[in-house]
Every structure is written in structure tokens, then in C-alpha cells.
Design a protein around this ligand. Structure first.
Ligand SMILES: *[C@@H]1O[C@H](CO)[C@@H](O)[C@H](O)[C@H]1NC(C)=O
Length: 410
């Protein structure tokens, strides 16, 4: 997901969103973070839901979080290129909301309606009642696979918890969730998950309490300010609070975040090559935005035009798609995308076209999961840098095995 515009509006009409849904529940205590070492969350790779306008090869890595008390389990995309925890609000009637599980503030004893400054919408009322002025947030999402569209919503403060898939450990933080009142069919209807957990830097969120990772770090002295992502053919994992050295076949190569004020985990690309031939000299600068929320490698239309004619891919019996490697040269490290990772079922190239303002996003490439799948990606929040390392073969094998599938690793 590439977030491009966030507009804040103060609306006069959205106080009481659903008095009939309100009910009392016993007050429970917020659990303290119990994690020691990284907290590892299992991700499954799931296909986009069928949609009339799009092919269905796109897939997403999704995992579970829980929200509120008692816990409402939501299936989310862990998205390094957007800045909010976005969930459909219980009152949202958009088809894209109704098709997914919706978060209900009324079923949670810890929820509170807030404005962008984190303050209560109505003094003395946890959930606003009757007409009230409150912040309405509009976020434009651009997705190389599913297209662009808007989410409109309000801010609700509640606890969001991550649960280890290896132990009973969990880590929680309270933050301002963007609870959507309207979700555009495109791109949200085809999403196989309920919501999005944005992991971008501070610059991408609206409001004081909306940046998940910052909030998580503020509330936990045990988690280190790192997270790491491993994506396999069928599933993967995201480790919060460190990285697992066993996953790496070599040391991480670190790159500073370029233009950190923009909020993206983006690194400078020196050159782009196809089969060893330079297709983008990057004379005005190129940037790779790490985007775990898109499946393809995404390019601006101009770059796409330059690259596509060079991608001669053939289908070979027993081997699969054979074609040139796309190389993103980062200087000390090359990110390589082999033909099998940028092609569809009949070996035709599937590069996502990025519908972004070419001025603000000049030279941008979106490093979707087709790129990230070949590497371990580490995110260092404290030093604002991104690290890449090849995955160990064992790791690739392990992720395949855990899914119970017979896959030969060559
Ligand atoms: C998420 O939770 C559901 C049930 O609550 C479970 O079936 C599913 O396997 C979980 N997914 C992951 C990736 O842990």
C-alpha cells in the first residue's frame, strides 16, 4: 500500500455512531507486555478475493492481531508502506466493510473516541454520544496490484495486541485506530484481510497517537526497536523486537532510510538493470519503497515502459519461466528479482503500475513481496535504516515445510 494523501477534516455530524449497538461489558485490566526476545507472528499467504476487474494472482501475507477487551481478533496485512492501523468500523456499510470483519468499539471496554490530538471527542464520554465535532481522516491508498482508492474514517483509541505464534507472549499498545466509515470498493473489496497494520515511520500517520511501532516501543522496555520480515512461498513471519540470526545466510547490509520525513522505509537505488543491461540510470535519483502490502514489483508508468520491452520471458518445460533477472542495485547490495517472481501463470511479466504523483514520487519503485521474498528484511526504527540479507536455504525450506507441501528446493 502506498499511502499518498491524508486529509484531516473536523466534521460536525458524527457523534453517536450507533447507540443501539452499545452494551456494557466488564472492565478488564490491560495486560503488560510479556515478550522476551523477539515476538514472532506467523503470516499466511492468501490470494486476493475474486474481483471482476482484476486477475487473482495477487497474494498477501496476513496475520492476526487482537483489538480491545474482550479481544476482537482481526486479520490484518502487516504493511510497511502505510501509517495507520486501519480497521472497518462496526457501523461502516460499504461493501468492502461488510465483506470483512468489523471492529466494534461498543464491544470493547477500553475503546475511546478521540480526535487527532488524542483528546476525547466529548469530555466525560468514552464513546461520543449525540452530535459532536470530531476529526475525520481521509487516506488515499495506492496499491500496485489492486489500484487506488480512499478510506474515510474516525479515530478510536483502543488496545492493539500482537500474539506470539511460538508462546503465550503478547505485546500490546494503545493507539488511535483509524476506524473506517467508508472504504472504496477498489482496492479494499478484493483484500483477503479485514484491516491493515501500517508499519511506516511517523511521517505517514495522521494524529499524535496513530503510529503503531512508535506506540509499541513507548510502552515496552523489553522489545528492541527492530522488526524483521521473512516471506516464503506459502507463508512467512514477522519478528518484533529483533531479528532471528538463524534466518540469515550472511550479515545484513544496512541502508539509511532516504527522505525519512516522508515516512516510508525507502532506500536509494543506484541503477536498475535487466539481464545486466541498465534500464534506469537513476540520474535524478531512484528510491525503493519497501512495501510488504503489495505483491508485485511496482514501477511508475515511465519506468514500466522502459523496462517491459527488455523482459523476454519464455516458458520452458520442467523449468518454468526463463528470463532475465531484474536487478535493483543499492550499491553495496543487489536486490535480484528472478523471472519466476515477476511473471504470472503463463510467464507474462506482471509488474505493477504505480498510480502516483510523478513529482512527489519521482524515481520510485515499490519493492513488493515479489522482491522481498528472496531476502530477509530488517527494519531498524532507532537508526532509521533498512537491512537486507539473503535467506538461508534452511529457512526457505522450513517455511515450505510448515505448510505441509511437497516442494523441491534446488
Ligand atoms: C488467525 O486466527 C484464526 C482463528 O482465529 C486461525 O484460524 C488462523 O490460522 C490464524 N492465522 C494465523 C496466520 O495465525
Amino acid at each position: 500500500m502506498l499511502f499518498s494523501v491524508a486529509a484531516l477534516l473536523v466534521q460536525g455530524s458524527q457523534g453517536d455512531l450507533g447507540a443501539s449497538l452499545r452494551r456494557q461489558a466488564p472492565v478488564s485490566e490491560m495486560e503488560a507486555p510479556q515478550a522476551t526476545g523477539p515476538l514472532v507472528i506467523r503470516l499466511e499467504r492468501v490470494d486476493a478475493l475474486p474481483s471482476p476487474s482484476k486477475h487473482t494472482k495477487d497474494s498477501f501475507y496476513v496475520g492476526n492481531i487482537s483489538v480491545g477487551h474482550p479481544q476482537q481478533t482481526m486479520r490484518v496485512l502487516f504493511d510497511t508502506a502505510s501509517g495507520h492501523v486501519l480497521l472497518p468500523h462496526r457501523v461502516c456499510k460499504s461493501p468492502a466493510c461488510v465483506a470483512h470483519k468489523r471492529y466494534s468499539p461498543w464491544e470493547s471496554t477500553t475503546s475511546a473516541d478521540v480526535n487527532e490530538d488524542g483528546q476525547a471527542v466529548q469530555a466525560g464520554h468514552r464513546l461520543a454520544k449525540g452530535p459532536a465535532k470530531r476529526t475525520e481522516v481521509t487516506v488515499e491508498f495506492t496499491q500496485a496490484d489492486l489500484g487506488s482508492g480512499e478510506a474515510k474514517g474516525v479515530l478510536v483509541r483502543d488496545d492493539v495486541c500482537l500474539h506470539s505464534s511460538e508462546s503465550n507472549a503478547q505485546a500490546c499498545t494503545d493507539l488511535a485506530i483509524l476506524a473506517a466509515l467508508k472504504l472504496a470498493d477498489q482496492p479494499f473489496l478484493a483484500m483477503p484481510h479485514d484491516g491493515i497494520l501500517g508499519l511506516a515511520l511517523q511521517g505517514l500517520s495522521a494524529g499524535a497517537l496513530s503510529t503503531f511501532y512508535e506506540r509499541l516501543m513507548a510502552g515496552s522496555r523489553r522489545l528492541l526497536p527492530h522488526f524483521g520480515l521473512t516471506l516464503g512461498p506459502n507463508g512467512g513471519e514477522i519478528a518484533f523486537g529483533g531479528h532471528d540470526r538463524e534466518r540469515l545466510s550472511g550479515p545484513l547490509s544496512w541502508f539509511p532510510v532516504a527522505k525519512p520525513e516522508q515516512g516510508f522505509w525507502q532506500v536509494e537505488i543506484k541503477k536498475v538493470k535487466v539481464g545486466g543491461v541498465v534500464v534506469d540510470e537513476c540520474s535524478e535519483g531512484c528510491f525503493g519503497i519497501v512495501d510488504s502490502g503489495s505483491s508485485s514489483l511496482g514501477m511508475l508508468p515511465q519506468a514500466l515502459q522502459r523496462t517491459l520491452p527488455n523482459l523476454h520471458v519464455t516458458s520452458e518445460e520442467f523449468v518454468g519461466c526463463v528470463g532475465p533477472v531484474i536487478e535493483l542495485d543499492l550499491g553495496a547490495f543487489d536486490l535480484e528479482v528472478p523471472a519466476k517472481d515477476y511473471t504470472g501463470q503463463s510467464c507474462q511479466p506482471e509488474i505493477g503500475s504505480l498510480d502516483l504523483d510523478p513529482k512527489a514520487f519521482n524515481g520510485v519503485y515499490a519493492l513488493g513481496t515479489a522482491v522481498l521474498r528472496n531476502y530477509y528484511t530488517a527494519f531498524d526504527w532507532a537508526k532509521a535504516r533498512v537491512g537486507f540479507a539473503p535467506l538461508t536455504l534452511d529457512q526457505a525450506r522450513k517455511i515450505r515445510k510448515t505448510k505441509g507441501e511437497q516442494v523441491f528446493v534446488v
